[in-house]
Design a protein around this ligand. Sequence first.
Ligand SMILES: Nc1nc2c(c(=O)[nH]1)N[C@H]1C(S)=C(S)[C@@H](COP(=O)(O)O)O[C@H]1N2
Ligand SMILES: [Mo]
Length: 466
Amino acid sequence: MMPAFIASVALSAISLLARVFLGLPSPLEKLYNAMTFWLGTPQMFQLVHSLLGFGEAGKIAAFLGSSLLFIGGLTLLGRASILSASLGVGAISLVLLFSSQGLLAIVWAAAYAALYYGIRFVLQPLETDTAKRGTLRTLTGGAVGVLGLGAFGVLQPLLRGSSSAVAAPVANGNLPKLPDGIVSQQDLYYVSINNEALDPRINEETWSLELGGLVKNPQKFKLQELKDQFTPQDLEFTMSCISNPVGGTLIGNCIWRGLRVKDLLEKVGIEAGAKWITWEAADGFYESLPLGQALEDNVLLAYFINGEALNSKHGFPLRVILPGHYGMKQPRWLTKISLSSEERLGYWANRGWSRTAYVQPLSRIDDLPKLKAGEVAKLRGIAYAGIQPIEKVEVSTDGGQTWTNAKLEKRARYAWTRWSLDWTPKSGNQQLVVRCYANGQVQSEEVRDSLPEAASGWQRLNAFVA
Ligand SMILES: Nc1nc2c(c(=O)[nH]1)N[C@H]1C(S)=C(S)[C@@H](COP(=O)(O)O)O[C@H]1N2
Ligand SMILES: [Mo]
């Protein structure tokens, strides 16, 4: 059993390291992808989030789960002879890699089977020789250590918690803040179907954007061609995640520069019968949109953020910017655009999330200064309703009995609106509530979870004033 276990751990570790550092396909990663796929389905999503809370904990659990499943499965296979166990490894790798690697999967599966065979073969003489059992134990320790290191490397970005979200209420003093005005690329929230270490790291030399389906001239564009051949557009736009809880921080306002989708499609020519546009990304993510919506002036393929190139984390070299919709409709690492007569449901829509993902009005308190009775304090926050302008923001300091208009700081049309309010509190417990108005209506008070159409409800914060 011991050599089978070492071989399984070693194979997992080698394939993961090769994946992270060389970009080679890893069956363990595919298993992890399948796990996160199921984590996104409504029942699992609710379960994981009620057990582990919001944020990245679900992905860590999925990674550990898939590692255990993979190593455990291969170790059990090891009860068979070296040759049949290796064939089993090849078969499992083939199944896991097939859809993403096509025919190449056969080559990869054979390579992993051969690697497994090699490791088992080298370890075999050790098993029968009692004097060498110690070596075997040392090797097991080493193999587990390597997998541990690899797993740590892969999990590290998650453990840093780059997108921690909060649930109201929060006591004063420890409120996660959002930057004023424009958010830097560094500070922009991050959400991905992948583990951050496994996110695509695209090389501009080998990358191109493919246009296909119902277009007159299917063709490919290099990044430089997209920059040179189409007039760049700048757009201040607030991106937010549909899974952002009430009062959460999965939202950020940046200035995006890119070309208009409309200009690109005019160049390649739209065939009669084209009704839908589908975006495909390097990590297997995909989304679609009624073609008419993609032809609107402010739908961009962005390559700059606040004047600098997108970094890998936020979608280098190209990502979709789609005002009015949540981030899930805006693929990063774009590789292909195709037009069709039928809708292709997106990655998240396929798991029960919203098909349209229109931004619902939200408001947030994001600066709660130290409060002292009788002293003026400045309350600040944001309100956002996608393409609808924010008409009014009201704040209550008595749990919703009375309301005061906040001062609004209008920004660009698709940017969040910042609000502020001077407040002189009395001592004791107070409850702050915020709500906004858009389209002549007050933000929905109904407390609802983010699945499937985004969270709703007014943010309430309990504050104690000394
Ligand atoms: N290719 C790809 N694009 C993607 C995603 C993804 O996982 N893969 N996640 C989407 C989601 S759910 C959101 S909220 C935004 C987040 O973008 P950001 O991390 O750059 O803020 O990217 C969107 N685009
Ligand atoms: Mo998202």
